[in-house]
Design a protein around this ligand. Structure first.
Ligand code: A3P
Length: 281
């Protein structure tokens, strides 16, 4: 097991690359970075973006490992990232200040935010499998960690606020990607400078739907060294429920009020966080 990394009061997984190497990495103008706090729908956004960037090559999406097509910047050797053919689609969970300066001016950065209660339930279900965390607590413990900045990749409000405040970043929400799909995918396509017809976008939405992705074998083709940090890897771990408001079945009222209070105090008031499906909110 690798030790967790503590840096400036932020906790990173033990597998994290040399942070300085990331900060000084060579950017290319045709790079696209997909960033999100863990469990916010990053994998889903990556797949949509990879397909848009690669001429909707569904065949390749099914036949080649997602994790080799979209490299995980925080973990993969920088040399491998340097050698990835253009256009690179890279995934990261890092707070903005850990990425190269002016990254969103040089290349495209898409940030996905998800409501923190669903993030915490998803995170709780996932961290049990991470070897270096050795976590055996309850969801209530995770909510406590949320208030004490002990969740991987730091404070959720800080993470979101910084990307939101950068005018060059395309900021999207998991909830909109699920419920206002056409509109949100169109925003992504336009941001990437591509043109797709409504029919093409409808097919893309269908191909990247929760149930389709859950059975897409490319997510089961994991890099060899992943078994070092994930216990009994099963790619279904990445596709658990795929819903808005699943937290309602797991949170007590006290836990919910606690998260509301923290978010109210720290989040940029311009950010609209949606906790429930549209028809219920
Ligand atoms: P749940 O655990 O709530 O189901 P990340 O990729 O950032 O780790 O985020 C994982 C979350 O995104 C999981 O949430 C997962 O189910 C959800 N997800 C992945 N693909 C999805 C899709 N195509 N549609 C909706 N949700 C998806």
């Amino acid at each position: 097991n690798q030790e967790l990394i503590h840096h400036r009061n932020i906790l990173f997984p033990g597998f994290t690359n040399d942070l300085l190497k990331i900060k000084t990495m060579k950017l290319r103008p045709d790079d696209t970075f997909i960033i999100g706090y863990p469990k916010s729908g990053t994998t889903w956004t990556e797949e949509i973006v990879w397909l848009v960037e690669n001429n909707l090559d569904y065949d390749k999406s099914l036949k080649t490992s997602h994790f080799e097509r979209v490299l995980f910047l925080d973990k993969e050797p920088i040399i491998k990232i340097d050698q990835l053919p253009a256009p690179r689609v890279l995934k990261s969970h890092l707070p903005l200040e850990y990425l190269p300066d002016d990254i969103a001016k040089f290349c495209k950065v898409i940030y996905i935010m998800r409501n923190p209660k669903d993030v915490l339930v998803s995170y709780f279900s996932f961290v049990k499998w991470l070897k270096d965390l050795e976590f055996s607590g309850t969801l209530e413990d995770i909510v406590e960690h949320f208030s004490k900045n002990k969740i991987l990749y730091g404070d959720w409000c800080d993470h979101v606020n910084k990307y939101f405040s950068n005018p060059d970043v395309l900021f999207i929400c998991y909830e909109d990607l699920l419920e206002k799909q056409m509109e949100t995918v169109k925003k992504i396509v336009e941001f990437l400078g591509k043109k797709k017809t409504d029919e093409e976008i409808e097919k893309l939405i269908e191909f990247t739907s929760f149930h389709k992705m859950k059975t897409n074998k490319s997510f089961g083709m994991i890099p060899k060294d992943w078994n070092e940090f994930i216990d009994k890897f099963d790619f279904k771990l990445f596709f658990r429920k795929g819903q808005i408001g699943n937290w309602v079945s797991h949170f007590t009222e006290k836990m919910s009020d606690f998260v509301d209070e923290i978010v109210k105090q720290k989040i940029n008031p311009k950010i609209k966080v949606r906790y429930l499906p549209l028809k219920e909110s």
